[in-house]
Design a protein around this ligand. Structure first.
Ligand code: CA
Ligand code: CA
Ligand code: CA
Length: 319
């Protein structure tokens, strides 16, 4: 914006601002983030309105998801308040310019010399592009006429903010982006995800939802072998991520109910166990293994009764 310095007298601004802000809340402005003069609106009966009158970081206009706060300056109308929060006066007169969260503005600003400025008049209105921060459209003041926030005409101008709308659908299976022409875009992805179901694995996004391959608790482990007198192994059980082994004394058979002479080797990472403990002379140990995973705990199998399955082997020795 050319001649910006001449439009609003910096000296006058600095003298007036502290008086206006006395007793009120101060807000940090977020207008003209790239410092290219994107801070002027044009009022047909007032001339330029500066939304960053005190320079970067000053007490200009701040855009948030819910509305605008702070001050604009019109050389021919003085200060314009964007919100009653500026002077902590909302109890007496609640007003302010609102943001619907995606950049459509509404509500009113107050000019001490020109009265109310309507940001959503019939047939017009002011919108911030939530993907670029650029204002467009018009507000209406009974006493100042139309106020235009951007123009691509022969002398282009615009107001811009660093505020951006939040594009989120709270779905990890879509990638959220902001398209200046169309707004938020949510595109299905194929990322790894978590469907919250412990009985599915390899959870992956597809068609915008998260799912995995169904699993069960591991089946009974099979083929327990003593490789040496102190090393045991068994066949890996389907879906098992870890194993438990219970050791007991042959004299205390059958398995369970738990505790007593039984010993737990808990959460073994593979299908094998080393146990150097030697049973007392004339006695022996039994070993039982089972698989575990996040979906459930496998069984220790059933007691054999003359070659046919009997009651399940249960013991509380291993968690
Ligand atoms: Ca998403
Ligand atoms: Ca899962
Ligand atoms: Ca365990």
């Amino acid at each position: 914006m050319r001649n910006a310095g001449q439009r609003a007298s910096p000296r006058f601004v600095l003298l007036v601002l502290p008086i206006l802000l006395a007793g009120g809340a101060a807000f940090a402005e977020n207008i003209d983030p790239t410092n290219n003069g994107s801070q002027y609106a044009w009022a047909e009966n007032l001339g330029w309105i500066n939304l960053q009158p005190n320079g970067p970081g000053g007490d200009g206009v701040q855009v948030t998801d819910s509305g605008l706060t702070g001050w604009a300056w019109a050389e021919n109308a003085g200060w314009i308040s964007l919100s009653c929060q500026n002077t902590s006066s909302c109890g007496a007169s609640a007003y302010g310019v609102t943001n619907n969260g995606s950049g459509t503005l509404g509500g009113y600003a107050w000019s001490e010399n020109k009265g109310w400025i309507n940001f959503a008049p019939a047939g017009a209105g002011v919108v911030i592009n939530g993907c670029t921060g650029v204002f467009s459209g018009r507000a209406w003041s009974e006493n100042a006429g139309w106020i235009t926030f951007s123009s691509t005409g022969p002398s282009p101008y615009q107001v811009a903010t660093s505020w951006r709308r939040t594009c989120s659908d709270n779905n990890a299976c879509t990638t959220d982006t902001c398209n200046p022409a169309t707004g938020c875009v949510f595109t299905n992805n194929t990322n790894a995800c978590n469907d919250g179901n412990a009985c599915t694995i390899n959870d992956t996004c597809g068609a915008g939802t998260c799912g995995g391959t169904a699993i069960t608790a591991p089946p009974e482990t099979q083929i327990l072998r003593a490789l040496t007198k102190a090393t045991y192994s068994w066949a890996a059980a389907t879906f098992a991520t870890q194993y438990d082994v219970v050791r007991g004394g042959l004299g205390a058979f059958p398995v369970g109910p738990g505790g007593a002479e039984e010993v737990c080797f808990d959460n073994l990472l593979g299908p094998s166990l080393s146990d150097a403990t030697v049973p007392a002379a004339g006695t022996g140990f039994w070993y039982l293994s089972r698989g575990e995973n996040a979906c459930g705990i496998g069984t220790f199998g059933t007691q054999g009764v003359h070659g046919t399955p009997g009651a399940p082997r249960t013991t509380t020795t291993c968690p």
